[in-house]
Design a protein around this ligand. Sequence first.
Ligand SMILES: Nc1ncnc2c1ncn2[C@@H]1O[C@H](COP(=O)(O)OP(=O)(O)OP(=O)(O)O)[C@@H](O)[C@H]1O
Ligand SMILES: [Mg+2]
Length: 339
Amino acid sequence: MKGKTKDIDFVVDSCEDLPRIEEDLGFGYVRLLVDEAERRQAKHDIRTVEDVLIELLRNARDAQSKHILVAVSTFEDSLRRILVIDDGQGIPLGLHEKVFDSRVTSRLYNLIEDDYGVHGRGMALYAVKERSKEAMITASEEGKGTAVYVEIDLNELPQRKDQSTWPKIVCRKGFYEITQGPHNILRTLVEFYLRHPSLEIFVGSPAEVVATLRFLIDQGFFVETVFEPLGGANNAAELQKIAESFRLNISLRNAYRILKGEVAPVHSVREMVDLLAERKRPSLKPLIHLSDLKSLEKKIKKIISELGQKYFLSPVELKVTHRGKKLNISVTFEEIDNL
Ligand SMILES: Nc1ncnc2c1ncn2[C@@H]1O[C@H](COP(=O)(O)OP(=O)(O)OP(=O)(O)O)[C@@H](O)[C@H]1O
Ligand SMILES: [Mg+2]
């Protein structure tokens, strides 16, 4: 009985979108139209939420990004929202919709082959859009980074049930290895990071991603990107409005909390991998808070200025940054014209 129902479904399906074939070859053989073959391929390529994420990460990586932030949230248990932000090459304004068409690519001469397969068919964003409720570029300009937003109906495209467990990681002979853990979004990110260790990847709720992005902007990253206004916002309503324009939906209350420094920037996946391999509880090791870094910067500036006076040097740029267990202080001097 089940089989029969399926057959009928197929007939109904085929009639709805006629014509889907280019040629009827007889004996039940047909040549599919290109778009029908593409639709079927899209279904094959993207089978889970995690597959969507991989394609967005590959695109961000190929755009020469250094930082990738992934904001994830669910709505009423059945909608998965993913926003991937990067500081890469960006997409020209006129192509924001076109990149979701099939066969649209900028990789005409540089087809890439990575661990996930061939990259440069111009099919991934098309497939993502086919498989999701909504897929759009929420912000991007040439050379100014990109934000790609995808909303997925989990009844149509499933994800791993357990989305809160980080994978188990061990360090063997200097190499990290994943030993256990569900193939969820977190594991997808860890695997991607381990393949591309120069990338700084962050994952969190939209509010956490806003806090992290502001932290990074303050540290001198994401300069001259489309995300920069987020760093400048200093009242909650303005911050909420700018964040929403990227589809980083946060409540007004969270916007206040972010401005007051009450939402800590998240650990990067690199930091998480270190912590997981050391079997330490990451929640016990918060990042040095931005306000502490700022006050440290102030104090150092005073000391450095005094020291510089002795050598007729004046500090023009001073940065205190924090990465993992390392605190970096960088100072650029300028000679003081003493005459
Ligand atoms: N994050 C991004 N930053 C900059 N450009 C992007 C980004 N994401 C997509 N693009 C542009 O959109 C084009 C289409 O992306 P899409 O993933 O559909 O195809 P592709 O990456 O070229 O090939 P494939 O289908 O094998 O992934 C890319 O070639 C690239 O020029
Ligand atoms: Mg791609």
